[in-house]
Design a protein around this ligand. Structure first.
Ligand SMILES: Nc1ncnc2c1ncn2[C@@H]1O[C@H](COP(=O)(O)OP(=O)(O)OP(=O)(O)O)[C@@H](O)[C@H]1O
Ligand SMILES: [Mg+2]
Length: 257
């Protein structure tokens, strides 16, 4: 039934901060199984667009349909807890004192179990479910290249490795769509390759769709099937990555022309 509907459809989204039109009447969609890029110069409204799409900020106008369901006006907590659409921030967040495997299991528990009692593993039923989460965690840890450090506290690992932990944690609740805000910012080229591989694995093998804000244009052209360009809060153009990077309007926007 919902097979042809996009996983995410946003219509006429606007958000002003005082006199600043951070996002100005932007409509986009993300197709199922697609990795869509969202690019644009600094201050063009990309993060604000994410904030408004995920309930962190309240848009002035706009309609948000996730997986065929109208979620306009839902709070950040309600959207996150439900686990279908997850969002990363530029800042990396891990449980520093817990080891890698525990980080992932906790992430799975927070979404999978609705109550405190079950979150902390009380009762027979949840022990079985936790075993399932542990198996999923181990698969994701292998895939993210963290197997050798799986019993180390997250806080002892590099920034890039923590980014991978965070990313693998986001896959625990089996989301359908992940919004990434500059996943490659501040990490070294070797880890960039790892994150790229992990995104592609999640996309191809787990069927997760992505909307990715990214300044690294090589990453954008290598992982995205379609790219949307924002400039001064408005959608400038969208299309295939190879066409977008050639587009005169896009070049001018980036050069501040
Ligand atoms: N909470 C806020 N309060 C006031 N102004 C804001 C707020 N968030 C964003 N803005 C303004 O909205 C505009 C868009 O900012 P936004 O952070 O969405 O851009 P961006 O495309 O993510 O930029 P960058 O590439 O630098 O991360 C900017 O002019 C910014 O100063
Ligand atoms: Mg931003």
């Amino acid at each position: 039934m919902t097979g042809h509907l996009p996983i995410l459809e946003i219509k006429n989204l606007s958000k002003s901060y005082g006199a600043v039109k951070a996002v100005n009447d932007v409509s986009i969609h993300v197709d199922r199984g697609e990795i869509t890029g969202l690019i644009g110069p600094n201050g063009s409204g990309k993060s604000t667009f994410f904030d408004c799409s995920t309930g962190l900020a309240r848009p002035d106008t706009g309609k948000i349909v996730l997986d065929g369901q109208d979620i306009t006006g839902w709070s950040l907590n309600r959207i996150a807890r439900e686990g279908r659409m997850l969002r990363s921030f530029q800042k990396t967040v891990t449980f520093k004192a817990l080891d890698v495997e525990e980080n992932l299991v906790i992430a799975g528990q927070m979404f999978t179990f609705p109550s405190i009692a079950t979150t902390f593993g009380l009762g027979k039923m949840s022990r079985q479910r936790i075993q399932g989460l542990r198996e999923r965690a181990r698969d994701l840890i292998k895939m993210a290249g963290l197997w050798d450090v799986r019993h180390q506290p997250a806080g002892n690992l590099s920034g890039g490795q923590q980014k991978l932990i965070q990313f693998a944690s986001m896959l625990m609740p089996e989301p359908k769509l992940i919004l990434l805000d500059e996943p490659m910012a501040g990490i070294n080229p070797k880890i960039i390759e790892r994150v790229v591989d992990t995104i592609l694995y999640a996309n191809k093998s787990l069927g997760v769709s992505f909307l990715v804000i990214e300044h690294n244009i090589d990453v954008v052209t290598s992982i995205c099937q379609r790219v949307i360009v924002l400039d001064q809060g408005a959608k400038l153009v969208e299309g295939l990555p190879q066409d977008i990077i050639q587009d005169r309007r896009v070049r001018e926007a980036y050069l501040g022309g």
